[in-house]
Design a protein around this ligand. Structure first.
Ligand SMILES: NC(=O)c1ccc[n+]([C@@H]2O[C@H](COP(=O)([O-])OP(=O)(O)OC[C@H]3O[C@@H](n4cnc5c(N)ncnc54)[C@H](OP(=O)(O)O)[C@@H]3O)[C@@H](O)[C@H]2O)c1
Length: 300
């Protein structure tokens, strides 16, 4: 299949372009082809495009950037996918749109399934919800909600913890906010499987396991680093509270762990436990650093 992918300079788009390339013809669409903030640029890109599937991870993903410019957030995260979804539907092209657990308000106390009502608490979440609703107005399209994405394509919170632990810097992470993360490698494998199905509507695309806080994830990273021998002992990770995070100007939902059962039914297996996927990522990251590693950095 010819698969157009936006946002290929981003974490998810880069992973998809790499993992899907063996099985499909990839048409990468990094900015400015198109610039999603500019409807004329989108129309120009669409005019010359021929594809069977359009995968759309591109978005403004900084919560603070969305708070600072709500109109731009709506243009890029809602109006652009709406335009692309209509173009796809007119041509029989299937659209797979990437959305977020931040469409939820965080008040849930158990895993959230796709039937739960969405009430976003910030501009990012509102813009993403408007985008996914526009896409879902077309019955063949698919929306995958992902969460706390990690992978080798672009540093995330997980890499910040790894680097700080390697450098022997003090560690701290929020311990009173929970979700279930998504590995880019696993997400790519799920999408490869979904391309063989008629899955449509919304699907929660995250790992399985017990809901995790950022503190739980940080602990998992340093435990695995110590098990691999990259740090001599497991360092303390100080517990922080969401309320004390001064850099967070946008409100964050507190509990957004999603239930991937519907995804499991489509792909024929349960997503791996987040700890298994994260430990594998840390091991691969450690091995990749191996050749350039020095004792001065604190390792073996
Ligand atoms: N990362 C997470 O933890 C997370 C969690 C939940 C949901 N999601 C969702 O997953 C999707 C992918 O996220 P990600 O982590 O890959 O984000 P990312 O690394 O921030 O990448 C975003 C991509 O969108 C592109 N983009 C932004 N504005 C654009 C514009 N005006 N025109 C064209 N391209 C534009 C960026 O291009 P430039 O490089 O040129 O800026 C980049 O390629 C997003 O839809 C996000 O809402 C992510």
């Amino acid at each position: 299949m010819r698969v157009a992918i936006t946002g290929t300079s981003g974490r998810v788009g880069a992973a998809l372009a790499r993992h899907l390339a063996g099985a499909h013809e990839i048409i990468p669409l990094p900015r400015p082809r198109p610039d999603l903030a500019d409807p004329a640029s989108i129309d120009a890109a669409l005019a010359s495009l021929e594809c069977d599937v359009w995968i759309h991870p591109a978005a403004i993903t900084s919560l603070e950037a969305c708070e600072d410019d709500p109109a731009l957030a709506m243009r890029v995260n809602a109006e652009a996918p709406a335009r692309i979804a209509a173009w796809c539907a007119d041509r029989g092209v299937r659209m797979i749109h990437i959305s977020t657990d931040y469409v939820f308000d965080g008040a849930a106390t158990g895993r959230i399934d796709e039937s739960a009502p969405a009430f976003p608490v910030n501009v990012y979440g509102r813009s993403k919800l408007a985008g996914e609703r526009a896409v879902l107005a077309h019955p063949r399209h698919l929306v995958l909600r992902v969460s706390w994405v990690f992978g080798p394509e672009k540093p995330s919170f997980v890499d910040a913890v790894f680097d700080a632990a390697m450098a022997g810097r003090p560690l701290a992470a929020v311990a009173d906010k929970w979700s279930l993360p998504t590995s880019t490698a696993d997400l790519s494998a799920w999408i490869l499987r979904l391309l063989e199905t008629d899955a449509c509507g919304a699907l929660h695309a995250c790992q399985s396991g017990e809901p995790a806080s950022w503190h739980d994830m940080a602990r998992c990273v340093v435990d695995e680093m110590a098990a691999c021998g990259w740090i001599a002992a497991v360092p303390e990770v100080r517990r922080e509270s969401l309320e004390t995070m001064e850099a967070f100007r946008a409100q964050r939902p507190r509990f957004t762990a999603m239930d991937p059962a519907r995804l499991s039914a489509w792909i024929g297996e349960s997503p791996r436990d987040w700890r298994v996927a994260l430990r594998e990522f840390v091991r691969a990251k450690s091995e990749a650093r191996g050749s350039g590693f020095t004792a001065a950095a604190g390792g073996p």
